[in-house]
Design a protein around this ligand. Structure first.
Ligand code: SAM
Length: 458
C-alpha cells in the first residue's frame, strides 16, 4: 500500500487528463474499467520516484566497466555504512547506462523537529539528494548544526519563507542531520554553500551523486538517454539541438559522435545556455557550440548568408533534435502541479512553430527526432498526426532501441504508425509485484512518462 498521495492537480486538469486516458479509441480497445485503472495508476505513480536511478556513463572518456568500478568505489566511500553492497547494473540494450536500484518506501519514523522544503528540493530528496539551503523554507527556531530533523515537502507552496513551523498540506520525505544553523540559512545575505540537511534516513534510499565522478557519470532519466541513441548521431555530422538546456542530450549527442563533428545547441534562456557550456566543459566535449536564441526564428531569411551561429540557412543539419518545451506531466516524482487547464494546454502551438523550423533546417535524407516528457495526446501523438499531414515528405522511422511502449490510441494514427512511436508509460507496469525480474527490465517499465517520434525527411 502506498504512503504517498496521488499527484495533486487542479480538478479541471484531472478531468482533462481523464478524457485523454479514457478517449474513445482507448475505451474501445481496453474497456472502461481497465482505462480508468490505468489512469488512476498514472496519477499515483507520478508522485513516486522511479524504482531505479539511471546514470549515463561518459564512455567517450573511459570504458563502461571502468566507470562502473570507479563509481562503486566512490559510492562506497560516501556511504554511511561502507559494508553495504552497492548494486550497479548495466543495461542490456543501452550501452552507456548504469542503473542503481532505489530502496523505498522504507519505514522511517517522523520526528517532531521539522524542516520544510519546496517542491523542487523535495523531489530531489526523493531521488537521493541531500537538502541544500536554497530549498529550505521553514525550520525550527533554534535549529543548530548536528540537530536531527525530519524533512517534509510543502505540497501547495503555501509555507512562508523563514517560518518556524508549518501546519499546511505537506508530505514527509525522511530524516536528516542539520549541517547549518537557522540564522545562516535565513539571515545571511546570500544562501550559504554546501549541504543544509544531510539525509541519513530517507524514505527512498538511493545514492547522492553530488560531487561523485562529475565528468564520468551524468544523472539522466533512461528515456532521455534513449533519445540520443534514437537520433543516431554519427562522427563528423552537423547536428542541431533546438531546445537544449541544461544540455543533457546535447552532451550525449556529442559523446556518441566521439566529439567529432559539430553539435549546435540553442536555448532561449541565457543563463540556461551557460549551463550547457558548463556541462560540455565538465564532460570534456569540444564539439558543442551553444547559443542563446529563439529556435522559432532559427531559419535564416537570407539562405545565401552563411554564418557560424543562428539563424541558419535551410537544410543545414544532418540531424535535428526537438526536445520540445512541454507541460512536463511525465516528470517523477511530482507531488503537485498548480497549473490551470489553460497553462497545461498552452504548449502545442509553440511546439508546432518549433517543428516548422526543425523541418526546414534538416537536410533531405536527414533525421528529425521529436520528444517530450509529458503524457498528453495533444503534445505527442496528435503532433505526429499533424506533422505527417502538414509535411508529406516526412516519414516515421523505427527506433533503436525501442524499449518503451508504442504510441497511445486516440489521435487517429494507424496501428503501424503507433508501433513506430515510443511512449514510456509507467502506469502500465507500476506496482507490479514481480520484484525478481532483472533490474534493467523493471527500469525499462518504471520510468518517467516520455514520448519519442523519429522522422526521415525524404
Ligand atoms: N533537451 C534538454 C536536456 O535534455 O537537457 C531539455 C530541454 S527542456 C525539455 C526545454 C527547453 O526549451 C528549456 O530549456 C527552454 O528554455 C527551452 N525553450 C523553450 N522555448 C524555446 C524556444 N522558443 N527556443 C529555444 N529554446 C526554447
Amino acid at each position: 500500500m502506498s504512503i504517498f498521495p496521488r499527484i495533486s492537480l487542479k480538478p479541471e486538469v484531472t478531468e482533462y487528463l481523464r478524457s485523454v486516458f479514457l478517449n474513445k479509441e482507448v475505451l474501445a480497445a481496453v474497456g472502461h474499467q481497465e482505462a480508468e485503472q490505468r489512469f488512476q495508476k498514472l496519477l499515483l505513480c507520478l508522485s513516486h520516484p522511479p524504482s531505479h536511478t539511471c546514470v549515463r556513463a561518459s564512455t567517450h572518456l573511459a570504458p563502461l566497466e571502468e566507470i562502473r568500478e570507479k563509481l562503486r568505489g566512490e559510492l562506497k566511500k560516501a556511504c554511511s555504512s561502507p559494508a553495504e553492497e552497492i548494486q550497479i547494473v548495466t543495461h542490456p540494450r543501452v550501452d552507456d547506462v548504469l542503473l542503481l536500484p532505489v530502496d523505498g518506501p522504507r519505514p522511517v519514523t517522523q520526528l517532531s523537529s521539522e524542516v520544510v522544503v519546496g517542491a523542487q528540493c523535495g523531489s530531489a530528496v526523493l531521488r537521493g539528494a541531500h537538502v541544500f539551503p536554497p530549498g529550505i523554507i521553514a525550520c525550527p527556531k533554534f535549529m543548530k548544526v548536528g540537530d536531527v530533523v525530519s524533512v517534509s515537502f510543502d505540497l501547495e507552496g503555501r509555507c512562508t519563507r523563514g517560518a518556524f513551523s508549518f501546519q499546511g498540506n505537506k508530505v514527509f520525505v525522511g530524516n536528516g542531520v542539520a549541517e547549518i544553523d537557522r540564522s545562516s540559512i535565513f539571515c545571511a545575505d546570500e544562501p550559504p554553500r554546501g549541504v543544509g540537511v544531510r539525509m541519513v534516513e530517507p524514505l527512498y534510499r538511493s545514492p547522492s551523486f553530488d560531487g561523485i565522478l562529475p565528468s564520468l557519470v551524468f544523472l539522466q532519466n533512461l528515456p532521455s538517454v534513449v533519445v540520443g541513441h534514437v537520433l543516431g548521431p554519427q562522427p563528423g555530422e552537423r547536428i542541431l539541438d533546438m531546445c537544449a538546456a541544461p544540455g543533457g542530450k546535447t552532451c550525449h549527442i556529442a559523446a556518441l559522435m566521439g566529439d567529432q563533428g559539430e553539435v549546435v545547441a540553442l536555448d532561449r534562456i541565457r543563463n540556461k545556455v551557460d549551463q550547457i557550456r558548463q556541462n560540455a566543459q565538465l564532460l570534456h566535449l569540444q564539439s558543442i557550440k551553444a547559443y542563446c536564441f529563439n529556435s522559432v526564428r532559427a531559419v535564416s531569411d537570407d539562405p545565401s548568408q552563411e554564418t557560424e551561429g543562428p539563424p541558419f540557412p535551410p537544410e543545414s543539419f544532418d540531424r535535428v533534435l526537438l526536445d520540445a518545451p512541454c507541460s512536463s506531466l511525465g516528470q517523477r516524482p511530482s507531488m503537485s502541479c498548480t497549473w490551470s487547464l489553460k497553462e497545461t494546454c498552452s504548449y502545442p502551438p509553440l511546439q508546432r512553430k518549433l517543428f516548422h523550423a526543425a523541418v526546414q533546417l534538416v537536410k533531405k535524407g536527414g533525421v528529425l527526432v521529436y520528444s517530450t516528457c509529458t503524457v498528453t495526446l495533444a503534445e505527442n501523438e496528435e503532433q505526429v498526426a499533424w506533422a505527417l499531414k502538414t509535411f508529406p515528405y516526412l516519414t516515421l522511422q523505427p527506433q533503436e532501441p525501442h524499449i518503451g511502449a508504442e504510441g497511445m490510441l486516440g489521435a487517429g494514427l494507424s496501428a503501424e504508425q503507433l508501433r513506430l512511436l515510443q511512449r514510456f508509460r509507467p502506469e502500465l507496469s507500476w506496482e507490479q509485484t514481480d520484484t525478481t525480474a532483472p533490474l534493467a527490465c523493471r527500469a525499462d517499465r518504471d520510468t518517467i512518462g516520455f514520448f519519442i517520434a523519429k522522422f526521415l525527411k525524404i
